[in-house]
Design a protein around this ligand. Structure first.
Ligand code: FDA
Length: 327
């Protein structure tokens, strides 16, 4: 009986998760949630704010707690040239501010925010300016990985830059994808810095493992490949089992903890972030900011549907129906 209750609950959570990922891509839901009172307040739990000053303040506070930062200006799937140019402009300002304020931070960006869906020449123009400024300031730029429709294109584009001599760049590999071991093998051989995560998009079983246990087992396998041969890998996860597996394997093969880092998202498992930093591990927090917080927030909800109750609570609290919550 207990087993069937657990199965029913797991099924419901899976349906909720898929629904949230669907909503993250739905424009009507986006308009509705962005206008909902309280939604912004909720977003602040996972997003540093809407302005560059908000991002700087969050980064400074994290640096003071002994954590490095990677800053992400929110935006993706941009199909309008002005918007893509504006995103590149924002990254230029961001890099300049990180340098001026002497923060321990780099940047993460999505190629679709810079014009990948418009045309590659245009992407070159936008990204080229950002990468030049980063390079002049000895700053690393991470290309986030989006859905599997972009994996090959993103890696091909990355390799075009790499083979053209760019070295201040790195990619993200997702352990839910069946192809990832092959990708890591090649990236390791070339000395590319990889961030390893589980993956946050809705993918068909033909390309991604549908079962969490397989995604986790693959994460551990890929993490070991990165610890064996990778160049300064970043292990992006809040999963204590994954973190333990990385720590144990690193110590087994005597890999120095200063040659890799853990990465976590702003506002997620802050207790664990502090614990790892206090234990002497390198920890980088991914700090998103900007007005386009909706799809990012929905993906965080999908990862942990319990977060949904925070948002419902925050929305109701600022609405005419707040009496429903009592005092
Ligand atoms: P899992 O989802 O199994 O969660 C393990 C535990 O962590 C949960 O039980 C819960 O305690 C906690 N947790 C996880 N997510 C939470 C949340 N949202 N709120 C509260 N608690 C939560 N994905 C991608 O496709 N492309 C990318 O480029 C990136 N980049 C990236 C950078 C960084 C620094 C991180 C940490 C993550 C990403 N991701 C990503 C997202 C990643 O793929 C994945 O969706 C999330 O990290 C959740 O997976 P976990 O490894 O944390 O494990």
């Amino acid at each position: 009986m207990l087993r069937s209750a657990v199965e029913r609950l797991t099924w419901r959570t899976d349906v909720l998760r898929e629904g949230l990922i669907y909503l993250s891509e739905n424009p009507t839901a986006r308009r509705f949630v962005r206008r909902a009172p309280g939604a912004r307040t909720m977003a602040r739990r996972f997003v540093a704010g809407e302005t560059i000053d908000d991002a700087m303040n969050a980064a400074r506070a994290l640096n003071q707690s002994n954590m490095s930062v990677t800053l992400d200006y929110l935006g993706e799937s941009v199909r309008n040239r002005d918007e893509a140019r504006a995103a590149a402009e924002m990254y230029l300002q961001l890099i300049q501010r990180i340098v001026n304020d002497q923060l321990d931070a780099n940047v993460s960006l999505k190629m679709t925010a810079m014009g990948q869906d418009i045309d590659e020449g245009f992407l070159d123009e936008n990204l080229g300016r950002v990468l030049d400024l980063a390079q002049q300031n000895d700053m690393f730029v991470r290309f986030d990985m989006e859905s599997s429709a972009y994996t090959q294109r993103t890696l091909d584009y990355f390799y075009r830059l790499w083979n053209g001599g760019r070295r201040n760049i790195g990619v993200v590999i997702q352990s839910y994808l069946r192809r990832s071991a092959g990708d890591i093998e090649r990236l390791n051989q070339d000395g590319v810095r990889v961030r390893l995560c589980k993956g946050a998009y809705k993918e068909p079983a033909s390309v991604a493992y549908p079962e969490k246990s397989d995604v986790d087992a693959n994460y551990v396998k890929l993490a070991q490949m990165l610890l064996d041969h990778g160049t300064y890998p970043g292990f992006a996860t809040h999963d204590e089992n994954m973190i333990r597996a990385v720590r144990e394997y690193a110590s087994k093969i005597r890999r120095d903890p200063s040659t890799f880092e853990f990465q976590m998202l702003y506002g997620v498992r802050r207790d664990l972030q502090q614990k790892l930093a206090a234990a002497g591990y390198r920890l980088r927090v991914y700090v998103p900011f900007g007005e386009a917080w909706y799809p990012y927030l929905m993906r965080r909800m999908a990862e942990r549907p319990a977060n949904l109750f925070f948002i419902v609570n925050a929305v109701v609290r600022e609405s005419p129906f707040r009496f429903l919550l009592g005092k």
